[in-house]
Design a protein around this ligand. Sequence first.
Ligand SMILES: [Zn+2]
Length: 223
Amino acid sequence: MKKSIYFLALSSIFIGTQNLKAQVSADSAIIKLKEGNERFIKGKTIHPNQDFKRIKEVAAGQKPFAIIVGCSDSRVPSEIIFDQGIGDLFIVRTAGQVSTYASYGSIEFGNAVLGAKLIVVIGHTSCGAVSAACKIPDVPGHIVTLINAIKPAAELAKKMPGDLVENAVKINVAMEVKQLQSLEPVITKAIKNGSVKVVGAVYNLNTGQVEFLPDNYMETIQK
Ligand SMILES: [Zn+2]
């Protein structure tokens, strides 16, 4: 009974997306994002899918090609840094891209209902939330939730040579990737059947460039 209600709800949400283009594979989505960021840093942006025709096209339903899990930082707007448009990216943003249950539900929705095959966790250089977690200051209110979530990355970074915050930014992203890769039941199932990829990336505030982290980043730093 529960299952049939679930599928009924899903199919009703799917109505309206049929006129949009076919779903984009995870690998093709990475290429689209890399090409968009390349245009952005070279000053050759084309601002795709931002006209009235596109607004009309996606009004009846969306089919974003990637899910972006990014920081709330005002300097890291996903559509701009990847040179994408309306209906292209399904975005979940919190400070330090810390994911909690509402974020998990949003990510699962982007995949299971909207069909996005790629999940990108994107941190950025000089992230304030990561920086705070490295210093462990006395923070007010709910900000402590962010600090506690990032603290394991900060502690690991303290054992490494090099810049503490920049290392912690990368480790935090890599840990969040692992967290999402083991997110039961929707994402783990999608990864198992080969349809979904979760990758990590770091945006450089000074250059505008997005660096995608290797899949084995955590293994390389723990050696
Ligand atoms: Zn940040």
